[in-house]
Design a protein around this ligand. Structure first.
Ligand SMILES: C[S@@+](CC[C@H](N)C(=O)[O-])C[C@H]1O[C@@H](n2cnc3c(N)ncnc32)[C@H](O)[C@@H]1O
Length: 292
């Protein structure tokens, strides 16, 4: 029962206070994101309406969002939206929340593709579609194929592509890694952020990740490298003669993944790129010249 009128600014203060008491980072920003979603307005528009009195129904929706956040649910799942590079993407519990680290992976691939007129790109394990849709939007001539083993995730990627006006340049395929692609499928770049958490480490992840993000998107097998092993050699068969493979890796995995590309004998110019926190985050290499 709500027994008084609430000013927008007071509600923001109340929620920020709850978040601060739980030591949640950027509590005020999180409160603003939740309130703008509850009211169906842009966050910046909150600033024009600090004195507005909210209806009891609006207060209830917002407080429901705040309760979910206090129970550990990430803001992005509550609002249903996540920012990635230039895009505002829909996210559901079927997809990983796209991470800032992955923006580095996209940056590396875009720079590699910049001189190519109409490159073909593959994003296996697309989740929300963050990687593939960004490439389709930021290098418009690109033709992008995305795959995911989870049909629900693929549906999210499809609706995000529609929302970002990239649908006409994209293809969506459900299945296990490269299996559903068929022949011939030659790409200028394969850009992939596979699951890379060790199975035994899943239980010890932050609860926001462990309890809310899909384990299918996280579980990288016994040593976290299962997908890199499955990708290293077969990806070279899908690349054009001068194509490139771009892989996001977990903290501490860059040497092992570079080693896998080296050992496959299929790549040259193997490089490791660091993210903004100086953590080696992307391993990339060009298809070795002279391969069949
Ligand atoms: C780490 S998430 C990356 C999602 C998205 N590309 C991103 O960077 O935000 C890995 C994705 O791979 C998908 N996946 C897991 N196993 C797969 C498989 N065997 N074949 C294809 N996709 C798979 C998951 O459903 C999940 O969407």
């Amino acid at each position: 029962m709500i027994d008084r009128s609430w000013k927008l600014l007071d509600l923001l203060g109340e929620a920020s206070g709850f978040f601060a008491s739980r030591e949640l980072e950027n509590g005020r920003l999180q409160a603003e994101l939740l309130l703008s979603a509850a009211l169906g307005i842009r966050r910046l528009d909150l600033y024009l309406q600090f004195d507005k009195l909210l209806t009891p129904a609006e207060v209830e929706v917002f407080r429901g969002f705040v309760r979910r956040r206090l129970e550990g649910e990430p803001v992005q799942y509550i609002t249903g939206e996540a920012a990635f590079r230039l895009l505002e993407l829909a996210v559901t519990e079927s997809v990983l929340i796209p991470r800032p680290e992955t923006e580095i992976l996209v940056e590396a691939a875009l720079s590699f593709l910049s001189e190519r007129a109409e490159p073909r790109v593959l994003d296996p394990g697309c989740g929300s579609g963050a990687i593939g849709i960004s490439i389709a939007c930021e290098h418009e001539p690109a033709r992008v194929t995305v795959t995911d083993i989870d049909p629900h995730a693929l549906r999210v990627a499809h609706s995000n592509a529609e929302r970002c006006h990239a649908l006409d340049r994209m293809r969506f395929i459900c299945g296990d890694l490269f299996e559903p692609l068929g022949e011939p499928a030659r790409f200028d770049a394969i850009v992939c952020n596979p699951p890379y958490v060790r199975t035994a480490d899943l239980a010890g992840l932050d609860e926001e990740v462990r309890d809310f993000e899909p384990h299918l998107a996280l579980d990288g097998g016994e040593d976290g490298l299962a997908f890199y092993r499955r990708i290293a050699a077969p990806a070279s068969l899908l690349l054009e003669a001068d194509g490139g493979l771009f892989l996001e890796v977990g903290g501490g995995q860059a040497d092992s993944v570079s080693g896998l590309l080296e050992q496959s004998g299929k790549y040259e110019g193997i490089e490791v790129l660091a993210d903004l926190a100086s953590v080696p985050r992307v391993v990339c290499g060009r298809r070795r010249t002279g391969l069949e």
